[in-house]
Every structure is written in C-alpha cells, then in structure tokens.
Design a protein around this ligand. Structure first.
Ligand code: HEM
Length: 271
C-alpha cells in the first residue's frame, strides 16, 4: 500500500471516530472501528437496494412484487444504476480500508485445504495461523472486488447502450446477471456466517467489539498479535475454569439435596 493511501485512510478513521464511539470493556477487543462500520453498512444498504431494484427489472414475476417498493417500474429502472454506482463507490472506500488485511497468504491456502473441517465444525477452535480475516472471508472480499468492476463496466454499457455495439450490450446482460447471482450466493453465505454460524460475530459490526473468547476461537493469530498472549493456553485455561465451575455447581446441588433430605420430617412408619 502506498504512503498516500495510508495517510488518507488514517485521516478518514480519525475523522469518523469523532462522530461515533466504540466502548471496549474488560475481556473485549476492538474489532471494527466506526469508519469501517459506517462503510460496511453503506455497502450493505446500497447492495440490497441494487439487488432488489435489479431483480424487479429481471423477471416479470419479480417485477410484480418488487417494483412497487421503488414507486413502480420506471422509478426502479431510473434508480437501479444510481444504487449500483453508490454501492461501487462505498465499496471502493472499503477496498482501500481493507486492502492490507485482505492480502492472500500461505495461512489462507492452508485454511482452504481445511475448509471441510470448517464447514462441519469439527474443530472447536481455528488453526493457530488464522489472522484477522480467514481465507473464506478474503475470498468473499475478492469476489466482491471482481464483481464490483464487472458491475461497473457492464452496467455503464447497459446504461448507455446506444454508444456500444449490440453484441457487447448482449454480452453485458449475461455478465451483469451472472455477477449478480454469484454475489447473491455469497451474500446469503456471508449473512449466515456473520450471524447464526458464529455467535458473537454480528456485534463486531454494530458495537465494533468482540469477546476475547471469540477472538481466540475464530482468529487465534490476530488474538496473539493484539494481546501478546497464547490463544491455545488461554482457551485451555478458560475450558478448565468452566469445567471447575460446572463441578462446583454439581457439588453444590448435591449438597442442597442432602440438606433438604436431612431437614424433611421422617416418613411415618407403615402400619
Ligand atoms: C445485511 C446483512 C449483513 C450482515 C449481517 C453482515 C455482517 C458482517 C459482519 C458481522 C462482519 C464482520 C466479520 C468479522 O469481523 O469477522 C462482516 C464483514 C464483511 N462484510 Fe458484511 N454483513 C452484511 C452485508 C454485507 C454486504 C451486502 C456486503 C457486500 C456486498 C458485505 C461485505 C462484507 C465484507 C467484505 C466483510 C469482510 C469479510 C468477511 O467478514 O466476510 N456484508 N459482515
């Protein structure tokens, strides 16, 4: 990354943090600062608006359901390219913001080889070399980069179709639609991964923080970088603490049962 990009990004982060706060409590780590969160939700809003207005134009059946959301077909057709441009612009800023942590590394190649274990949740904690983003997250990011460029180029050709040869316009329809379907698939997986699949992830994009347990479970190398502690040791310690607490709770319940039994009046003898 060039020096000027770094300076721009640092300034934008500082500016954004003046308008919003991130409170990091004990046992938590800062994951996404205000600037990143504002960009993420701007990208998400314009993506969903582009998708819905685009699907309204895609098929007559979807048109019936979706066009009224935008005030009719003519309005949906007018708004769609503008939503698309806003999506691309918001993502351009996010691209600059995330370029460094999204660089592909050997650890990501190893992560891809273990993808089956990841999807079947065979391991409780991720491998020690998984950093701020894992290989799957990086693939999603780069898929958006490629789709974003394809959307822009083919979208402009469709918008100003008088200025392009007919075969190129026809090809643009196909590429535009394929990119949209790929993005839709990625979006569904992404929402699942960011919410139900890994509890504690969603708050990183609302409050900006995650718990330390979440960090050593999903991103051990990042946990080591920011805390200077060994993720595996901390995980084992937390596991022992939890097991100790469970044992203490069981012992306490047993003691209560015995006390209640001792305090209960004796059964009257059977006659
Ligand atoms: C509307 C529902 C969405 C939810 C609930 C959601 C949730 C999240 C969360 C929680 C993270 C942080 C993950 C982490 O720190 O490990 C994240 C990251 C990210 N989001 Fe979203 N997001 C949504 C929509 C979108 C959309 C529409 C896009 C782009 C088209 C997008 C692109 C990204 C990217 C590139 C990342 C970083 C890589 C990754 O975590 O996969 N998100 N999102």
């Amino acid at each position: 990354m060039s020096g000027s990009v770094e300076r721009f990004d640092e300034r934008a982060r500082r500016e954004a943090s003046r308008y919003g706060r991130t409170v990091v409590r004990r046992g938590e780590l800062l994951r996404h600062p205000v600037y990143t969160r504002v960009l993420h939700w701007s990208v998400a809003i314009f993506f969903v608006l582009s998708l819905l207005s685009g699907f309204a134009l895609y098929s007559p059946w979807l048109f019936r359901w979706l066009a009224p959301l935008f005030g009719g077909g003519t309005m949906a057709r007018f708004l769609h390219p503008w939503f698309g441009l806003a999506f691309d612009l918001a993502f351009l800023f996010q691209f600059v913001n995330w370029l460094a942590p999204m660089a592909w590394t050997k650890a990501d190649r190893r992560w891809l080889r273990r993808i089956k274990e990841y999807t079947t949740n065979e391991e409780k904690v991720e491998a020690e070399d998984v950093g701020f983003f894992n290989g799957g997250q990086k693939l999603y990011f780069w898929a958006i980069v490629v789709s974003g460029v394809l959307f822009l180029v083919t979208g402009l050709l469709l918008w100003f179709d008088d200025a392009a040869p007919r075969w190129l316009v026809a090809l643009s329809y196909v590429v535009h639609d394929i990119a949209a379907l790929v993005m839709l698939g990625g979006f569904v997986i992404h929402v699942y991964e960011g919410t139900a699949a890994a509890p504690g992830t969603f708050r990183s994009m609302t409050d900006g923080t995650v718990s330390e347990d979440w960090a050593w479970t999903h991103h051990p190398a990042w946990y080591r970088d920011v805390t200077g502690r060994d993720p595996r040791e901390d995980y084992e310690r937390a596991r022992r603490r939890l097991a100790g607490r469970e044992r203490a709770a069981v012992a306490w319940e047993r003691e209560q049962d015995e006390r209640e039994r001792a305090a209960a009046p004796e059964e009257p003898p059977e006659l």
